[in-house]
Design a protein around this ligand. Structure first.
Ligand code: MG
Ligand code: MG
Length: 248
């Protein structure tokens, strides 16, 4: 069941979203070559808790950290640990904050120093496709319209769309209905209505779309070790279109 939110609830989600966005912004400002993903996670954890919020991912399904930090060919769900972030890496950081009964969820891939042209193009296409979908989102539009736009945008540029993991509704629960795939057919799927809140999150690979999960049971990697990028916003559907809740 898709849970439609009142304007009061959306105002609360805006607060959760802002903390999420600020945590992500701080993460981007804090990334330096040589630091470990554990250190970056601690910075995010400290910020979220300092705002009186709870990191949404900490303990979610047993996840042991506050942020998912995925480097280069890691797609999503990387577990922070002793791995050092290096110059030339691309680092996907996924953050959620829970406060006053509601979640925010947002992700971004950051470049560490100089990165390859190909990596830049991948990151740009992934982020741009997110904004294409956000631009389309309004009452009456179908999920498949957003999904197919994301797919087409990236495939046209020679990149591939991860199909095993998708975006989602969000509210009192981190993951609610509907699923928001990054591939699909225009005109299909649930219709957006005013008050729906969804997280759109393209996960785009440089090479094959095939991914696998590491023995740590979390980290998702590309099968061909090609790079992967991930951008995500939580948005609310209003009469005037989409409002980004995860904005700093
Ligand atoms: Mg996320
Ligand atoms: Mg999400």
């Amino acid at each position: 069941m898709i849970i439609v939110k009142s304007s009061k609830e959306i105002a609360k989600m805006q607060i959760a979203g802002r903390i999420t966005a600020q945590a992500l912004q701080l993460a981007g400002e804090s990334i330096t070559p040589g630091m470990t993903t554990y250190q970056l996670d601690k910075i995010i954890h400290r910020f979220i808790t300092s705002k009186g919020a709870i990191p949404s991912f900490l303990g979610y399904g047993g996840f042991p950290a506050s942020a998912c930090i995925s480097i280069n060919d890691e797609v999503i769900h990387g577990i922070p640990g002793p791995r050092k972030i290096l110059e030339g890496d691309i680092v996907s950081v996924d953050v959620g904050a829970y406060i006053d009964g509601y979640h925010g969820d947002s992700a971004r891939t950051f470049a560490v120093g100089e990165i390859s042209q190909e990596a830049k193009a991948l990151m740009a296409a992934t982020e741009e496709s997110l904004y294409v979908a956000i631009g389309l989102a309004k009452p009456g539009v179908r999920i498949g319209d957003l999904s197919s736009a994301v797919q087409e945008y990236n495939e046209k540029r020679g990149f591939s769309v991860v199909k095993q993991f998708v975006g989602h509704g969000i509210g009192k629960d981190l993951h609610e209905e509907p699923e928001v795939p990054n591939y699909g057919t225009a005109g299909r799927g649930p219709r957006l209505v005013e008050g729906m809140v969804i997280a759109i999150e393209p996960m785009i690979n440089q090479g094959t779309e095939s991914v696998y999960v590491l023995p740590d049971k979390w980290t998702v990697k590309t099968k061909d070790s090609s790079l992967s990028a991930h951008f995500e916003h939580t948005i609310a559907i209003t009469a005037d279109g989409a409002v980004i809740l995860t904005s700093p």
